[in-house]
Design a protein around this ligand. Structure first.
Ligand SMILES: CC(=O)N[C@H]1[C@@H](OP(=O)(O)OP(=O)(O)OC[C@H]2O[C@@H](n3ccc(=O)[nH]c3=O)[C@H](O)[C@@H]2O)O[C@H](CO)[C@H](O)[C@@H]1O
Ligand SMILES: [Mn+2]
Length: 310
């Protein structure tokens, strides 16, 4: 009899513990603010800027926050020469699916052939403007000239109609959501091939004569010029700095190792970005699988230089 009684008590305690376990985990999941963290990666720079990884933000909160500010977000892209037919349609089509969905967006396409810009069906609140540029002879000059052209555009219509702007390469496409979590006063993109390398191995311009020179022991990260962004005011500063530095080098017969990207890296060393995007935001599939890359947002196109570069 006593044995039966004891067994029943134990059974009751057992079920109470199970219920308590469920209750506590329910409370943790729903009752308390969800703590999202990525203990596997660096999520903050030494100057206190967030490094945005999947799982460190709530997309719905970022979306709400941006909607309240009634923003217009610019996205600039250059498609000069064969880069237009090869990449532009996919870049724009996938941007329609993934870039700042739900926000007001204005694309700025810079090309020497406005008539060849593909007609992409745009969602509500999204517009596209085409700006004519002259075609530079060398691909390096096309790439570098972007800084001067962007600087002028930011002092023109683009600067008047947008609050924040992202400037991107065209040889990539969106794979998943690239939303307002990426917005900040100035935004830099960690380079997918270099984010885990020690500082002395980063491919900064080392020639001290160049305006892009980064001395040994200097530099925070190596940033990718395929994605950068920020407020109109901050980007006026960035593009103006880089355009002047590129001009200074040209006058001295110098060309930095990675062209405009070298100057961008020098700029971000001198003026720290307010937000840094993890390599998930602009990933190269050639690198292969990495545990910390959960959800790539932009994917590099395979490099087909022989096809697109003269
Ligand atoms: C891994 C790698 O190699 N990275 C470098 C390489 O990037 P990329 O190989 O990604 O450069 P890229 O060929 O994509 O050129 C940059 C961008 O300029 C535009 N564009 C360029 C040339 C052209 O004829 N037409 C045109 O529209 C286009 O938007 C393109 O995406 O070169 C860049 C420009 O120097 C940077 O230095 C990068 O660090
Ligand atoms: Mn590129």
């Amino acid at each position: 009899m006593a044995l039966k009684e004891g067994l029943r008590t134990w059974k009751r305690i057992f079920w109470q513990l199970i219920l308590l376990g469920f209750g506590l985990s329910g409370l943790l999941l729903y009752g308390l603010p969800i703590v999202r963290a990525r203990p596997d990666v660096l999520t903050c720079t030494s100057w206190g800027a967030p490094i945005i990884w999947d799982g460190t933000f709530d997309p719905a909160v970022a979306q709400q926050e941006a909607l309240q500010q009634n923003l217009t977000i610019g996205l600039t892209v250059f498609a000069v020469g064969r880069y237009l037919e090869k990449y532009l349609a996919r870049f724009l089509e996938t941007a329609e699916q993934h870039f700042m969905v739900g926000q007001r967006v204005v694309y700025y396409v810079f090309t020497e052939l406005p008539a060849a810009v593909p007609r992409v069906a745009l969602g509500p609140g999204r517009g596209l403007r085409v700006e004519r540029v002259v075609r530079e002879r060398r691909w390096q000059d096309v790439s570098m000239q972007r800084m001067r052209t962007l600087h002028e555009a930011l002092h023109g219509r683009l600067g008047r109609e947008a609050h924040f702007v992202f400037c991107m390469d065209v040889d990539q496409h969106f794979r998943s959501s690239f939303g307002p979590e990426a917005l900040a006063e100035s935004v830099a993109q960690l380079h997918a091939w270099h984010y885990h390398r020690p500082r002395w191995l980063l491919p900064y311009e080392r020639d001290a004569r160049s305006a892009a020179a980064v001395a040994p022991g200097e530099g925070d990260f190596y940033y990718h010029a395929a994605v950068f962004g920020g407020s109109v005011a901050a980007l006026r500063g960035l593009t103006g700095h880089c355009a002047r530095a590129l001009q200074r080098d040209r006058e001295r017969g110098l060309e930095a190792r990675w062209h405009d990207e070298s100057h961008l890296n020098k700029f971000f060393w001198l003026h720290k970005p307010a937000k840094v995007l993890s390599p998930e935001f602009c990933w190269s599939p050639d690198i292969g699988w990495r545990a910390e890359i959960r959800r790539p947002r932009l994917l590099w196109a395979p490099k087909e230089y022989a096809l697109v570069r003269d």
